[in-house]
Design a protein around this ligand. Sequence first.
Ligand SMILES: *Cc1c(COP(=O)(O)O)cnc(C)c1O
Length: 410
Amino acid sequence: MSGDLLLDRAKALDAADPLAGFRDRFLTAPASDLLSYLDGNSLGRPLEATARLMDAFVREQWGGRLIRGWTDGWLDWPITLGDRLGAVALGAAPGQTVIADSTTVLIYKLARAAVDARPGRRRVVLDTDNFPTDRYVLEGIAAERGLELVWISADPLTGVHPAQVAEVVDDRTALVLFSHVAYRSGWLADIPEINRIAHEAGALTLWDLCHSAGSVPVELDAWGVDLAVGCTYKYLNGGPGAPAFAYLRHDLQDELRQPILGWMGHRASFEMGHGHEPAPGVRALLSGTPPILAMVPLHANLDMLAEAGIEAVREKSLLLTGYVLDLADAWLTEAGVDVVSPRDAARRGGHVTLRRPGFEQLLEPLWDSGVIPDYRRPDGLRIGPAPLSTSFSEVYQGLSVLRDLLEKQR
Ligand SMILES: *Cc1c(COP(=O)(O)O)cnc(C)c1O
């Protein structure tokens, strides 16, 4: 397809896009030079409503209610916002999801709880291509508890396959940990099938949803997931350093105990009593004072996602990444760029990764032109168009700047 036809296609897709109107709800800074934001998979853009909510929270709730705010409702936000997230994006019935900490800390808490609940089993299965923090945390737990890590070599292009999991899990496996969407390639793992295999061997499953929450529909309850974590600052637009979420299946809540016993996970936080008695249910996952200020944006974002609907978001996401693939094939592959993401929509998450030596030198000129993709060493450029804030024309503009820079580099 020629450049003109590709531009016509972007315009047609924008015209037919039922979610197009949501783009106007995002905030653009007054002097912004932004031409094309392609990094929704790393940091989502803020909503206009978020700026208003933050201002109102400081002036009215924090400034007005002061300490009374805690009993007005702040103390329940980890649970009420967790339930809302569970309903809107995770397929989780109430009472199983909390907002807290960071993904890293929650992986630690949940993985430690899981391996401690399976004391006869000394192995944890994970893959070589998982996000670094996931691997590091499990290495730390293995050292702490004298466990053995069993590594699956994930093909960076095709990700972890159920057959690879079946090969290594057995009655020595306490836990398996994988990402739903691989952060590099965007490979979408088959959660129900991998869970089935792990459960048949008696192992627990922990899923990292950082790259799927808010982008790919998740059915935690229906898929039989035991434990899950994810962050809220990517496709959930929570803002830099926004807290994470954890899911702990109902029927494991009495059995699993996370290791950081703080007063906020206590049955009666304000009795200040001797000895830790865990709160009933999912609240026991909490440790210290919840990051209330950093949860404010989630109110606006979850309302927006509920209105848009996660299924519609996924449909647009696949059209966007499909369009990225079309542009890459038309413009970039002849300049030596490889597409290293699944072409099969059923196995593709929310981003497309392009690979070519020399991308690192293009990052600065791209940013200077207002085009912001995501760069991952050594030579990967991730194109992550967030469905609610990105138009097809914006993708066209961004990738045409990349095409022109590649031409100059040759
Ligand atoms: C972004 C991301 C994280 C980030 O963890 P933090 O504790 O928020 O730094 C973890 N895992 C995956 C798969 C991610 O994509």
